[in-house]
Design a protein around this ligand. Structure first.
Ligand code: HEC
Length: 134
């Protein structure tokens, strides 16, 4: 019984410690649909979750399952310095035309999803990338 209690205590401690290390500075942008999201935003969130997140990660830190293995890794959208110096136009161009179009890694592929060409969906993706800034 004593042993079990100790094991449980140890597990709880581990959970608390690892949990607090992962604590972000700010609540991460919620990629799940929420009440009040426009239909294009819901689609953009789904597209980000299904596609963009594989490289850019769910919090935009470039730590997606594929992204973590890339050299160089995709930049972190969380970086204030990057958020401040980039423009919405450039983000849109990269999303539509791919990294090569702006001299970045061509692994950032050009868009292949017809709905991303809809201005509202494209704008929602920019909003998501911007919301990942800290
Ligand atoms: C196959 C991996 C991959 C996928 C999928 C991907 N990206 Fe990227 N992305 C990259 C890489 C690699 C770069 C270039 C490296 C960097 O960020 O400096 C990049 C760069 C970017 C940039 C930075 C452009 C700049 O001006 O610095 C933005 C914004 C971006 N991606 C958004 C997206 C969005 C939104 C999606 C989904 C629609 C997406 N990416 C899908 C790999 C990917």
């Amino acid at each position: 019984m004593m042993k079990l209690t100790k094991t449980l205590l140890a597990l709880t401690l581990i959970a608390v410690v690892t949990g607090s290390c992962k604590q972000p500075k700010k609540e991460p942008f919620n990629l799940e649909p929420v009440a009040g999201d426009s239909e294009p935003m819901k689609f953009a969130k789904k597209h980000y979750r299904d596609f963009c997140s594989t490289c850019h990660g769910f919090t935009g830190e470039g730590d997606g399952i594929v992204g973590a293995k890339l050299t160089p890794r995709p930049r972190s959208f969380a970086l204030t310095s990057w958020q401040e110096q980039t423009t919405d136009e450039r983000i849109e161009k990269v999303i539509l035309e791919g990294g090569a179009a702006v001299g970045l890694n061509p692994l950032m592929a050009q868009n292949n999803e017809p709905r991303v060409e809809e201005p509202e969906v494209l704008q929602a993706l920019v909003t998501i990338v911007r919301a990942m800034g800290r």
